[in-house]
Design a protein around this ligand. Structure first.
Ligand code: GDG
Length: 515
């Protein structure tokens, strides 16, 4: 199957949010194009084939009444070659579908944090209603031969609604977050509905083999009429006459964009000043959205533990922790912010000496150039989510480490660990002492070892970039045969290179440094 074969269909991309940001100025609304990996990856494909992007504007239906939305969206789409079509959500839909079902049920449950779930029945009704709204917008803006690609956990019901409306275009769904194991998934009161709805898509894509395996096990155990076939990167599920494909497609980044931008004069100068301001210090970087899945308090505790147990790190290691504001109007997120600030204050109070503050805490989003300067110059990246679909920060850090020094400390529970596990330093983010020991290990690692590890990680990310991700997803759905996809056995023995997670015994030899 050649790339041209997948070129013919127009694309309809559907995501909860449109790739734009609407801002209310002093007396008028303005619009900025969205950034982020998905837009970067899909923009060239959309430009090539033409298409539509359908999603919510990010503001309430009530607010959009005062806006000339179609003119704003036209100007945002500009010369991109595709159009933007809005789905309007009322205040109550935003509350019950977005904050409720999506973020109080699916988000915590799929990140294995079931005790944080609020299974309110009214959320499900709103989820169904909004998914129907999306399906109606798709039906209105789709031509017969278009390919419909739906993104993420907010929209699992869309294909099922489309079927009921007799829209029979090919559909694909990609889940950006993890899929939980059976024991956790069965807690969901709407478990059968969600599984059956997902299987209405022609292709269901997951980040890792672990997620796909969890999904397949749920299908096998809960849907007695489903039969799973095949062994490769893409397998099949049949229910009666209907067949869906199920695959793993680890998302990535535009490697060249990061590597090239990290070498620009602006980023180089910023990077130089960062180190100039903190001389003789090993800089350890954390970049996380404010979210309880990111494990920020545990990370701070691990850093404190390292400072207690490895005194030579005092004065010589600084943690730069960037926390990007998110969902702050939800009490849980606000409480998390308070907890982080308390810990930062406590640790800095405990260790700060004249000329050295152990944690530099930044609570705001930073510009792309500033972010890349941190990526480029920090000697260690500390990426320790409790669970993450992929985690692009880890890949961006490596791509931007153009000098090829720098160690990546990585949670075993981030999807990206499947790809980088051999050269990153893997940790269990719940193991405060283990993470502290690994921080010390990275702090004392010689440059040659850092370089070898970093070079291998960069090569792997360069080869498996975001464009390959788009291409393999589309091929998996549009290709007639699946034999061009690699065969991945679900149970490959340790030592073989594959999309499987390995759990290493922690490096306990370092305990002796604890004096
Ligand atoms: C989902 C899944 C999966 C962050 N702070 C700033 C900033 N960022 C950018 C990073 C990166 C992105 O945001 C965050 O990427 P993640 O991968 O962590 O996660 P999400 O997009 O939140 O969510 C996740 C992903 O989908 C893709 O499938 O990896 O697991 O949860 O690109 O660079 N960018 C700028 N300033 C900041 O302050 N400019």
């Amino acid at each position: 199957m050649s790339a041209e074969d997948t070129h013919k269909k127009r694309l309809v991309i559907v995501s909860n949010r449109l790739p734009i940001v609407l801002n209310k100025g002093a007396d008028e609304w303005n619009v900025e194009p969205g950034s982020g990996g998905l837009v970067t990856a899909l923009a060239p494909v959309l430009k090539n084939r033409g298409g539509v992007w359908i999603g919510w504007t990010g503001v309430t239906e009530e607010e959009t009444r005062s806006i000339d939305l179609s003119t704003l969206l036209k100007s945002a789409a500009g010369q991109s070659g595709y159009t933007l079509k809005p789905v309007n959500l009322s205040e109550s839909e935003i509350k019950n579908f977005y904050y409720g079902f999506s973020n109080e049920i699916i988000w915590p449950l799929f990140h294995d944090l079931q005790t944080r779930c609020n299974f309110a029945p009214k959320y499900w009704n709103s989820y169904k209603a909004v998914n129907l709204k999306f399906a109606e917008a798709i039906a209105k803006n789709t031509k017969n031969d278009d390919y419909i690609w739906v993104h993420d956990y907010h929209l699992m019901n869309v294909a099922s609604e489309l079927k009921q409306m007799n829209v029979n275009n090919k559909t694909g769904f990609f889940l950006h977050i993890p899929f939980p194991s059976l024991d956790i998934f069965v807690k969901l009161p709407w478990r059968f509905q969600i599984l059956r709805a997902l299987l209405e898509y022609d292709l269901i894509g997951f980040q890792t083999l672990r997620d796909r395996r969890n999904f397949v096990q749920c299908v096998r155990m809960l849907l007695k009429d489903a039969v799973i076939h095949g062994k490769g990167q893409v397998i099949r599920c049949r229910i009666g006459k209907r067949e869906s494909r199920i695959g793993t497609f680890p998302i990535s980044i535009d490697y060249n964009e990061f590597a090239n931008m990290a070498e620009t004069k602006e980023v180089s100068e910023r990077a130089w000043y960062l180190h100039e301001d903190l001389p003789h210090c090993c800089l350890i970087l954390g970049v996380d959205r404010l979210d309880y899945t990111k494990g920020i308090p545990d990370k701070l505790e691990a850093f404190r533990n390292a400072l207690i147990r490895f005194p030579e790190m005092r004065n010589r290691a600084t943690l730069i922790q960037i926390v990007v504001p998110s969902r702050e109007d939800i009490p849980e997120y606000y409480d998390l912010k308070i907890e982080i600030e308390r810990l930062v204050g406590e640790i800095n109070g405990q260790f700060t000496r004249s000329g050295w503050v152990p944690i530099h805490y930044i609570f705001r989003s930073v510009s792309r150039a500033e972010l890349l300067a941190y990526y480029r110059t920090c000697e260690i990246a500390l990426v320790t989510p409790l669970k993450d679909g992929m985690n692009l920060v880890a890949k961006e850090y490596c791509a931007s480490s153009v000098e090829e020094h720098g160690a990546l400390i990585l949670s075993e529970f981030a999807g990206v660990a499947a790809q980088l596990q051999r050269n990153a330093l893997l940790v269990n983010p719940y193991d405060i002492e283990g993470v502290a020991e690994t921080i010390y290990r990275a702090f004392t690692m010689d440059r040659e070892e850092q370089k070898t590890r970093m070079r291998r990680m960069r090569r792997s990310i360069k080869e498996n970039n975001i464009f390959k991700w788009v291409d393999s997803f589309l091929r998996a759905n549009i290709a007639k045969a699946l034999d061009s996809f690699p065969i991945i056995d679900d149970f490959v023995p340790q030592g073989k290179d594959n999309d499987e997670f390995l759990y290493y015994e922690n490096v306990k030899g370092l305990k002796q440094a604890n004096k």
